[in-house]
Design a protein around this ligand. Structure first.
Ligand code: UDP
Ligand code: MG
Length: 322
């Protein structure tokens, strides 16, 4: 039997063979300096390189390493959930990316902030290195839209998944088993006393980002549709507004024809109106479809992920065999 660690660090990894050893080497001294029993849960999200071999190697040399090997690539959000499910920490978990964009050296600041009586300490990027203008502006636009649509649940700006969460807020988070997991939204929904810890986001240490603009666009759609039903309302109001102006136009046509006759052939205006309404209808159907597709996926009630292999950490073997 092994004692449960106080802190768990959860790291989703997809094709991270180059950075993982360096990540682990930087994580260990930071965590050791905290002076509590800890573990790190590496989740292999169906990597197509040797990431799992690298992880197994780390686990063989360090008893504080836990491994979760998913049966295929499920995407970061689900890989993260798998890791959180397998975190055994009694006090809290730290969520961090493997690519060293979230510096492990910030972890003590997160833990210290949380110890002042907060359940969640999230790292807030003050400067984004190695991210171009387009990524920065689109990210900022996204946060602005979410802030408008969010209502009671507000997403903190410039915040990724890098954070400390207390056991009780983690347990609350894990009760949410939806397939469409927009983690930032779920973190925000949970609530609990939270505090921001500013840090400088580094550029990726090695390997390459798995994101592209199409993925980011999809993540934003995911964020909006799993976070709020505001687009459905917007569709309704758009329909109402269109119908209202169409009504006015009709009235004007009737009046003009009755009192002045109607010498103009209506073809161009007719085309314009038909195409406009067609576009609005298709868009509205699309919005409904986005939600319908999500309902469809949720009703299947499938498990979030499948684990190919799980190797728990063994915190009682405190000293790493090296
Ligand atoms: N990741 C994952 N599954 C995926 C894509 C990414 O587990 O399908 C992990 C990846 O290994 C990294 C983290 O999620 O630890 C963030 O990924 P990335 O650095 O590509 O995203 P970015 O920092 O550009 O947002
Ligand atoms: Mg990254």
């Amino acid at each position: 039997m092994s004692l449960a660690p106080t802190l768990s660090v959860v790291v989703p990894c997809y094709n991270e063979q180059e950075v993982l050893p360096e990540f682990h080497a930087r994580l260990v001294p930071v965590m050791d300096a905290l002076g509590w029993p800890w573990e790190v849960v590496y989740v292999n999200d169906g990597s197509r390189d040797t990431t799992f071999a690298v992880m197994s190697d780390l686990a063989a040399r360090d008893a504080r390493v836990a491994l979760v090997n998913l049966s295929r690539n499920f995407g970061k959000e689900i890989a993260l959930t798998a890791g959180l499910d397998h975190a055994r920490a009694t006090h809290g978990v730290v969520v961090i990316d493997a690519d060293l964009q979230d510096p492990p050296e910030v972890i003590p600041a997160l833990v210290a902030a949380a110890q002042e009586g907060f359940d969640i300490a999230y790292a807030q990027r003050s400067i984004r290195h190695g991210e171009n203008w387009l990524k920065r502006t689109t990210a900022s636009m996204f946060y602005r839209v979410m802030q408008r649509l969010g209502g009671k649940v507000q997403l903190p700006r410039d915040t990724g998944d890098f954070r400390y969460m207390s056991r009780r807020s983690l347990d609350a988070l894990l009760t949410m088993r939806e397939q469409h997991r927009f983690m930032k939204g779920l973190f925000a929904w949970v609530g609990f006393p939270s505090v921001a810890v500013p840090y400088e986001r580094a550029p990726r240490a090695a390997g390459e980002t798995k994101w592209n603009y199409w993925k980011l666009w999809n993540l934003s759609l995911e964020g909006i549709t799993s976070f709020t039903v505001a687009p459905l309302k917007i569709a309704t109001y758009l329909g109402l507004a269109t119908a209202f102006f169409a009504g006015l136009y009709l009235l004007q046509l009737v009046v003009r024809t009755l009192f002045f006759g109607n010498p103009t052939a209506g073809y161009p205006s007719l085309m314009a109106v038909v195409l406009f309404l067609g576009g609005v209808q298709l868009m509205t159907l699309g919005i409904i479809g986005e939600y319908l597709g999500r309902i469809f996926n949720e009703t299947k009630g499938r498990p979030l992920y499948l684990v190919e292999r799980h190797l728990p950490s063994t915190a009682d073997r405190e000293v790493s065999r090296r």
